[in-house]
Design a protein around this ligand. Structure first.
Ligand code: NAD
Length: 351
């Protein structure tokens, strides 16, 4: 039994990762596309032939509400620019469909709160697509941390940088993206620090750089470094950038061992390394972990939640907490002061 997905937005992520991954899922299939930003449905129709979607199920954004009349659509997957997530989640919830929404959840805390409230009111599920939380290396390391194999965590160090191309893209427009590198790629470091440690930061500080002479960065930051302080004493030091060569890694340092992913955050090829004392000698090892498509695992998780009526592991509350922290990091960068953040009273992640 496969759960039908309507994919909303046929841009780079949908074409390069989500649709190819559908074929690798156990429980999902694409059954509708919502597209046509450039005024026609040509791209959607071509993909419909490729992915065996009925031509009548290729809709223009203005026809989004027709999904309500399509019982085969169980999940709406929002893969649009960040500032459009809210509108399509709110409209999608009214159609009574469960929703998977790309990261970052939205561009403001208020929008995230409205999205959670709308899905609660409509009685539909809302999951944020934090693919790394479904990726086997990350999951293996998180499990080892929970089992105490690293000892008490002391520090987390991470970087996620890339060189952004054209200056006219929505990712470099503050109103559409919510910021620059921080909400787009820095969020992977932030979210990893939270889910690996299973703790919530109570204080953040941040600093950003926005070069005046680079037309890509008239609205958003090119680099951002931030620190998260956790109640146990764990400190996370993270870096993110949009103006340098691609660099992706993290290392979690405990009292008894460290675990690292390099590369980390990529669609493929993440590698886990561990280091600890064995008979008095510092010994590095690479646990054997079978590579699996993390997008497929993430979508299968959503489908399983729908089939078994379970709450998603990364619900709207997880996206909301990241958004609160992103806004606090920007506030700290603006004011030059550390910013306190309320620790959520309930866990933001499901099992
Ligand atoms: P993209 O620009 O390649 O695609 C965006 C899609 O939205 C396009 O099909 C575009 O036509 C459509 N669109 C509709 N209305 C639009 C408008 N007014 N302006 C611009 N585009 C409009 O972007 P993408 O890389 O596919 O990113 C989409 C979402 O997925 C973003 O939220 C992004 O953060 C997220 N994303 C997640 C990952 C991941 O690994 N999970 C990777 C890349 C992107």
């Amino acid at each position: 039994q496969r759960v039908g997905f309507a994919v909303v937005g046929l841009g780079a992520l949908s074409l390069e990762a989500i649709l190819p991954a559908m074929a690798k899922t156990k429980y999902c299939k694409p059954v509708a596309f919502v597209t046509g930003h450039d005024g026609n449905l040509d791209k959607g129709m071509k993909l419909a032939r490729q992915y065996n979607v009925r031509p009548e199920a290729v809709l223009h954004y203005s026809e989004y509400e027709k999904l309500a009349q399509m019982p085969e659509v169980k999940v709406i997957y929002i893969v649009l620019p960040n500032n459009m997530h809210e509108e399509y989640v709110l409209r999608g919830a009214k159609l009574g469909k469960d929703i998977l929404c790309e990261k970052p959840m939205a561009t403001t805390v208020a929008a995230c709160e409205r999205m959670i409230a709308a899905c609660d009111k409509a009685g539909v599920k809302l999951m944020v697509a934090y693919r790394q939380q479904y990726e086997p290396n990350n999951r293996a390391l998180a499990k080892m941390i929970r089992e105490g194999k690293l000892g008490t965590l002391r520090s987390f160090i991470a970087s996620n940088t890339q060189n952004q191309g054209r200056e006219d893209q929505w990712r470099l427009k503050k109103a559409m993206a919510g910021g620059g590198c921080l909400p787009d790629v820095g969020i992977y470091c932030l979210n990893a620090a939270r889910f690996l440690s299973n703790e919530e930061p109570y204080e953040v500080s941040g600093t950003t750089w926005q070069p005046k002479d680079d037309p890509r960065f008239t609205e958003v930051e090119a680099t951002c470094s931030f620190t998260l302080r956790f109640p146990s004493g764990l400190i996370a030091s993270c870096n993110t950038g949009y103006a340098g060569h691609s660099s992706q890694f993290y290392r979690v340092e405990g009292v008894e061992a460290w675990g690292a992913l390099e590369p980390a955050f990529g669609y493929h090829g993440n590698k886990l390394m561990m280091s600890k004392l064995v008979d008095g000698t510092e010994t590095q090892m690479q646990p054997r972990i079978q590579e699996q498509d993390q997008f497929a695992l993430e979508m299968d998780h959503m489908a399983t939640c729908v089939l078994k009526n379970l709450p998603p592991h990364t619900p709207g509350e997880e996206g909301l907490q990241d958004q609160k922290l992103l806004e606090a990091i920007y506030e700290s960068a603006r004011t030059g002061k550390a910013v306190k953040v309320a620790v959520p009273s309930k866990p933001t992640r499901g099992p």
